[in-house]
Design a protein around this ligand. Structure first.
Ligand SMILES: Cc1cc2nc3c(=O)[nH]c(=O)nc-3n(C[C@H](O)[C@H](O)[C@H](O)COP(=O)(O)OP(=O)(O)OC[C@H]3O[C@@H](n4cnc5c(N)ncnc54)[C@H](O)[C@@H]3O)c2cc1C
Length: 459
């Protein structure tokens, strides 16, 4: 055993099984489901408390060994790939829901708690946590990527739902940001900074999260349109009219076909808007009624209310599973999903541009969107060994990022930067790079935390 391994074993309470150099552990921590090439860590270390995370980081810092935090590994831009080797720090052992406080509408959870585990703990209190990325991610990973989901239009992203964090700096010191109060104006917002920092500044060990009451009543509506442009125009009109939806999702005809083929949803082929409203029954009816009217005015070919809770749950489950369905139908291919986000009024133009570019480049891919947030995904599945295809997809991604920026938008609405969007971030915020590098140096002077992600340390 090397000095490093011995130090790490001591850091995890002498439990040798939690410092692994086994082939399968290393392979499981080498990749995500994206197109980025796997790189194996030398070691996988699995702490189970804040104290152990602190001890591991102190050892790694002393040895100058890279550490890449790992939650559920569901991120999509190569975030968890340990490109510089070293340690993959698997945080799933921090899996304790420490407290659900119904009177405060908060929960305190370990970073390794998954969103389904939190749902199970909060549900009996009539509460839920609203951020729902498709995967059963960890709350630590969701905070680190500032994740969003289908309900972001109503409840916001992770940053809006994290009140406080406990985190460990590379040298091992433990910091606590924010407070248990519903709001604070105390000092620089380090909670907001660590949310979205993708494991490059600190390792999050515990989170205080906002919970919300499960609404008394919810209903969904789905509307099918002959063109995706018409569906987008309805989304823009609904947002502009202040229709109080909790979800507003777009599937183009190719995405609908994928759902029908793989999940047997039987939707009419065409572009589809899925919406949900929640609250008092009267208000829900009024909001969905207005949406129905907007959809009819844009020539919807079918508009269906989904009031039955089971049918509604099946509809949203199908929406969440669409990417898995597409992946299953493309064996050997890897996901490369775009994630541009534009002001909602720019949505029809952004989607039309994406469709035109797909056609120009001879590519076929479904377009999905959290359109109430202006967020568009072109879901490509690519053969990483086909240089021509990879080149065309890279060109598409580059063109879509350029288009989003020209429309006042951003290269990523929710997936984050990881490895894949480092150049796009430089393009989006060239003037901020010195500040980003200064922050990175302040938190992580030896550059051991998740190197190669978010920013390049020098030009
Ligand atoms: C089918 C599918 C659908 C998806 N849909 C969405 C969606 O709608 N919205 C969305 O936002 N995302 C979506 N994603 C992406 C993914 O689920 C999110 O990025 C999620 O937040 C990642 O969480 P994780 O626990 O898997 O983190 P990981 O992938 O393990 O890690 C993500 C990043 O966070 C860092 N990290 C992990 N834990 C910690 C910690 N405790 N402290 C510090 N850094 C840490 C890692 O180093 C890495 O940089 C989807 C993914 C899939 C596979």
């Amino acid at each position: 055993m090397t000095d490093l391994q011995a130090g790490l074993v001591a850091a995890v309470s002498g439990d040798q099984r939690r410092v692994s150099d086994g082939e399968s552990d290393r392979a499981l921590h080498a990749a995500d489901s994206s197109v980025h090439r796997p790189v194996r860590p030398e070691l996988v270390v699995s702490p189970s408390s804040t104290g152990e995370v602190s001890a591991v980081l102190a050892v790694a810092h002393a040895h100058g060994v890279p550490v890449t935090p790992f939650g559920a590994g569901s991120s999509l831009e190569g975030h968890v790939i340990p490109v510089a080797g070293g340690i993959s720090l698997d945080l799933r052992g921090l899996d304790r829901v420490a407290r659900v406080a119904p009177d405060d509408l908060t929960a305190v959870v370990g970073a390794g708690v998954t969103r389904s585990a939190l749902a199970a703990a909060a549900g009996p209190h009539g509460l839920f946590f609203p951020v729902d990325p498709g995967a059963d991610a960890t709350l630590g990973g969701m905070a680190a990527t500032n994740a969003a989901g289908t309900t972001t239009i109503r409840y916001g992203k992770m940053r809006a739902n994290v009140l406080a964090l406990e985190a460990v700096l590379p040298g091992g010191s433990v910091i606590r940001t924010g407070s248990q109060a519903p709001k604070t104006s105390a000092g620089y917002d380090l909670t907001g900074l660590l949310v979205g920092s993708e494991g490059t500044l600190a390792v999050i060990t515990e989170l205080t999260l906002r919970l919300h009451g499960i609404p008394e009543h919810a209903a969904a509506l789905r509307a099918s349109f002959p063109t995706v442009e018409a569906a987008c125009r309805v989304a823009v009109a609904a947002v502009g009219a202040g229709v109080a939806v909790t979800r507003l999702e777009l599937l183009d005809h190719a995405a609908v076909e994928a759902l029908n083929d793989h999940l047997g949803t039987g939707l009419p082929v065409g572009a589809c808007l899925l919406a949900e409203a929640a609250g008092a029954a009267g208000a829900v009816g009024a909001d969905l009624g207005l949406l129905r009217q907007l959809a009819a005015e844009e020539g919807a070919v079918e508009i269906v209310d989904e009031r039955d809770p089971d049918a509604r749950a099946r509809l949203w489950q199908a929406r969440h599973d669409v990417t898995y369905a597409m992946a299953a139908s493309a064996p050997g291919r890897k996901e490369w999903s775009t994630d541009t986000c534009v002001p909602v009024s720019e949505l029809p133009g952004a989607v039309a541009f994406a469709r035109a570019e797909l056609e120009r480049l001879g590519l076929r891919a479904p377009i999905l969107g959290h359109v109430g947030d202006g967020n568009v995904h072109v879901a490509l599945f690519v053969d990483p060994d086909d240089a021509d295809e990879v080149g065309r997809v890279a060109e598409l991604v580059d063109r879509l990022v350029g288009d989003a920026l020209a429309r006042g938008g951003t290269c990523t609405g929710e997936h984050g930067i990881g490895l894949g969007k480092v150049a796009a971030l430089e393009r989006e915020h060239p003037d901020l790079l010195p500040l980003y590098r200064g922050l990175k140096h302040l938190f992580d002077p030896r550059g051991i935390l998740n190197p190669g992600k978010v920013i390049r340390l020098a030009d």
